[in-house]
Design a binder for this molecule. Structure first.
Ligand SMILES: Cc1cc2nc3c(=O)[nH]c(=O)nc-3n(C[C@H](O)[C@H](O)[C@H](O)COP(=O)(O)OP(=O)(O)OC[C@H]3O[C@@H](n4cnc5c(N)ncnc54)[C@H](O)[C@@H]3O)c2cc1C
Length: 222
């Protein structure tokens, strides 16, 4: 069951830098109540009316709320939030969204999670909220340092697809190229999150693999 949507002010507890432009913002939990893994919140600097959506990275059992953000050059909110410090306040609203996993599917179905960049955020929440999930993550990024906290996933469940450099344990190329040569069982539940070009292309590839469109779920970031 999804929680009630609330709006308020939350104190920043921590800002964790993951790479040059990506960071995790940890907020106090009290403003946003119960949420379902896969949902997002809307956040903005307290002194502005600008707000943006961010998937919840932490799990419902954590005593804090975390979001994983990439600072977009010229971006209004992602840049402003990168400048906040512990003790500062931000405006928050949520939880929102329907990019969630039905309870009856959690221990019974196979999942394929496909992300670009910070699109891995809801998958991080799924994996650590639902330890019973049988999942595989394909993560498309440019460079190795954008494989945000990849060491948290079992290596056999996480494959990075790097377009900007080659690494022995990763695919060198786009995530959709990797997907095209993968064997995907038609009954797999596929969740796609991030850039809309990747999502449109992956939808086509998965349908060519025989995956029923009703097994495809997407959260488009931009
Ligand atoms: C449901 C939902 C959940 C989201 N969750 C996350 C999340 O967990 N983490 C996260 O980092 N973002 C997430 N986003 C994207 C986020 O809401 C903002 O769009 C993003 O942070 C840019 O906002 P901004 O104000 O900094 O840039 P803006 O001033 O709004 O935009 C500047 C330009 O950057 C482009 N842009 C937006 N996002 C990106 C990007 N990632 N890379 C390159 N260019 C981009 C825009 O199209 C625009 O042209 C989510 C979006 C949605 C709809």
């Amino acid at each position: 069951m999804q929680g009630t949507v609330t709006r308020g002010i939350a104190t920043v507890l921590e800002r964790r830098e993951l790479s040059n432009r990506c960071y995790v913002l940890r907020l106090e939990r009290s403003t946003i109540g119960r949420f379902e893994p896969g949902q997002y919140i809307v956040i903005g600097p307290q002194n502005s009316t600008d707000r943006r959506e961010y998937s919840i990275y932490s799990t419902p059992d954590d005593p804090f709320l975390e979001v994983l953000i990439k600072e977009v050059p010229e971006g209004a909110v992602s840049r402003a939030l990168h400048a906040v410090e512990p003790g500062d306040s931000v405006a928050v609203e949520g939880p929102l969204g329907f990019f969630t996993i039905a309870p009856e599917h959690r221990g019974t179905r196979d999942f394929l999670f496909i992300a670009t960049g910070t699109g891995i955020a809801p998958f991080h929440c799924f994996v650590f909220a639902y330890p019973e999930l049988n999942y595989r993550i394909l993560h498309g990024v440019r460079y190795a340092d954008e494989r945000h906290e990849h060491h948290l996933y079992k290596p056999e469940r996480y494959t990075a697809c790097l377009t900007g450099e080659a690494l022995p344990e990763s695919h060198h190329g786009r995530v959709t190229q990797y997907l095209a040569q993968l064997s995907v069982a038609p009954e797999t539940l596929c969740y796609l999150c991030g850039n809309c070009d990747m999502i449109f292309e992956a939808f086509d590839i998965l349908q060519r693999h025989g995956v029923d469109p009703q097994n495809l779920h997407a959260e488009v970031y931009y």
